[in-house]
Design a protein around this ligand. Structure first.
Ligand SMILES: N[C@@H](CCC(=O)N[C@@H](CS)C(=O)NCC(=O)O)C(=O)O
Length: 212
């Protein structure tokens, strides 16, 4: 545990999985000790907590470790749910899990290749973008009749997909807005949420050499 007895979050400001977890933690009003990690030089304490070595990792008081972003979202909204992000009978939470799984299995890899296409000169960038489109089409049609993923209010279901879709949209914004107008409008609505705006991205690296 941290000196202030807060849960510890191993994190990285550029990681979309961290971003989704931090939205949920902000929403639930859960303060954490943020430990900004260089993924090229992972702290031993982080690897002791979770040897698989991915961020985010949340270490709770008592030592419980949650090392999957989706599970951090679920844990956070179950701690405190001031705006009913779980939905009736947890329906929005169930949809969040489905969208998180689809995001990570169908969209994560091709969108990574598309985003970092200059690192992969042998790949077909247009094909990687094409491979992202079925997942995005599913979200786009969901938004044809409602403002958010689960009805007309922001909920847990928006959280797992927002960071990755926002990152994708920034690559070719004019093309994205034309191809996915509902998603483009949704991105602006989600970005306007105070829970999303509370997530900041200017952390200094955690100085683990001195603090353990
Ligand atoms: N399934 C994990 C994925 C997390 C993940 O892949 N995070 C990346 C950073 S965006 C990472 O830590 N990669 C490890 C590395 O680069 O060594 C989750 O949802 O938490």
């Amino acid at each position: 545990m941290s000196p202030k007895n807060l849960p510890i979050l191993y994190a990285n400001d550029s990681c979309p999985y961290v971003f989704r977890a931090r939205i949920a933690l902000a929403y639930a009003g859960i303060d954490v000790e943020h430990r900004e990690v260089d993924l090229e030089n992972k702290p031993p304490a982080m690897l002791r907590a979770s040897p698989k070595g991915t961020v985010p990792i949340l270490v709770l008081s008592g030592g419980t470790v949650i090392d999957e972003s989706w599970e951090i979202i679920r844990w956070a909204v179950r701690q405190n749910d001031p705006e009913a992000w779980r939905g009736a009978n947890d329906a929005a939470l169930d949809l969040a899990e489905e969208l998180a799984n689809r995001n990570d299995s169908e969209f994560g890899e091709p969108s990574m290749y598309y985003k970092f296409s200059s690192d992969y000169p042998d790949r077909d960038r247009r094909q990687d973008r094409n491979d992202c489109e079925p997942f995005l089409d599913g979200l786009e049609s969901r938004l044809a009749t409602q403002a958010f993923m689960y009805g007309d209010a922001l909920s847990a279901a928006d959280v797992p997909v927002y960071p990755a879709v926002a990152g994708f949209a920034k690559i070719e914004p004019a093309w994205f807005a034309d191809r996915f107008p509902n998603l483009d409008a949704w991105l602006k609505r989600v970005a306007a949420s105070p829970h999303v705006q509370r997530v900041d991205f200017d952390h200094e690296p955690w100085r683990f050499e001195q603090t353990g």
